[in-house]
Design a protein around this ligand. Structure first.
Ligand code: ZN
Ligand code: ZN
Length: 308
């Protein structure tokens, strides 16, 4: 174990932003139901993506064994293990959590019986305590499902012939987001900072922030190699061009809402005005157009209050 584990901490920039509650977002159930086909897809090098119910799982398998990025839900662990077994092992040595949400950490208590779980320190705190998720208190995670290793800025595991580098991005989707770079395989797992082709969920109550998310994605675009394959938190395997389009869409829609806010329009008036037709598809996922407008509105209202 010690041989294949070498840990290094490194610096990354932090920005401070504000947070608040959000409402009127459709429940995750809709997306969960549309993602129930469990399947592995080879991404590149040592890395596969496992699609199922909840956030996409990144998988590294090779001579040092198995590692996963995220764990979906406890009640689908048998299906996840059945897919992993096809590679040669269903028992990861290491599990990274990209953030604390239940569709990415729900299987932790089962995988944690064998694996070392690694995550940002805010993920540990939110899993350990009774964190509220969209107005409902969730049960704290048992010790076996909590991260054993945490970090403030980042951490690397050297496994299967490559550096697997976790980098924290502050206050975007939540306040504990991690992006995982498979540096040799040229694959990056973006967690829920990337809802491919769809408006994103930004968890303002968990320290998420729309401006922070957009800034973080801008930094990621600079860091990710042009020919890398990207595993989003939700949606299909993507490219840097897909991420650039997503970034442009977030910038544009946010600018539209902010212009209306500056003109003194109410949230209802902004929802009625909506977005250009070209963004219709982006609102067809679990965050619809109204929910995205409300998220932007609430996130920037907090910022304006803070600056007053
Ligand atoms: Zn998710
Ligand atoms: Zn999430």
């Amino acid at each position: 174990m010690r041989k294949l584990l070498a840990i290094t901490a490194f610096l990354c920039l932090c920005v401070s932003t504000s947070f608040a509650h959000i409402s009127s977002i459709k429940h995750l159930d809709k997306e969960e139901k549309t993602q129930q086909n469990f399947r592995l897809e080879k991404v590149n090098g040592n890395v596969h993506a496992l699609f199922g119910r909840g956030g996409n799982i990144g998988v590294s398998y090779g001579s040092d064994g198995l590692m996963t990025i995220d764990t979906q839900f406890a009640n689908v662990v048998p299906q996840i293990k059945a897919e992993l077994k096809k590679l040669g092992s269903d028992t990861p040595k290491f599990v990274f959590n990209t953030h604390w949400h239940g569709d990415h950490t729900g299987g932790n208590e089962l995988f944690g019986q064998d694996a070392m779980i690694i995550a940002h320190q805010n993920v540990y705190e939110r899993l350990k305590n009774t964190t509220e998720f969209r107005g409902r208190a969730r049960t704290p995670t048992k010790k076996v499902g909590l991260p054993t290793f945490t970090y403030k800025y980042g951490l690397s595991v050297y496994m299967n012939g490559e550096q697997v580098k976790a980098v924290h991005f502050p206050k975007g989707h939540t306040d504990g987001d991690t992006v995982v770079f498979f540096t040799g395989s040229n694959v990056v797992h973006l967690g829920d900072t990337f809802f491919a082709g769809r408006f994103p969920f930004v968890d303002l109550a968990s320290g998420g922030n729309v401006e922070g998310l957009i800034n973080n994605i801008g930094k990621m675009i600079q860091m990710i190699p042009a020919d890398a394959k990207i595993i989003p938190g939700h949606g299909p395997i993507s490219t840097i061009d897909d991420l650039k389009s997503y970034h442009a869409m977030l910038l544009d829609t946010t600018l539209i809402v902010r212009k209306h806010m500056k003109a003194g329009k109410s949230l209802d008036e902004i929802k009625t005005a909506g977005f250009p037709e070209k963004y219709k598809d982006a609102g067809s996922g679990f965050i619809n157009t109204n929910a995205w407008i409300e998220t932007i509105y609430r996130s920037y209202s907090m910022k304006m209050k803070k600056n007053m």
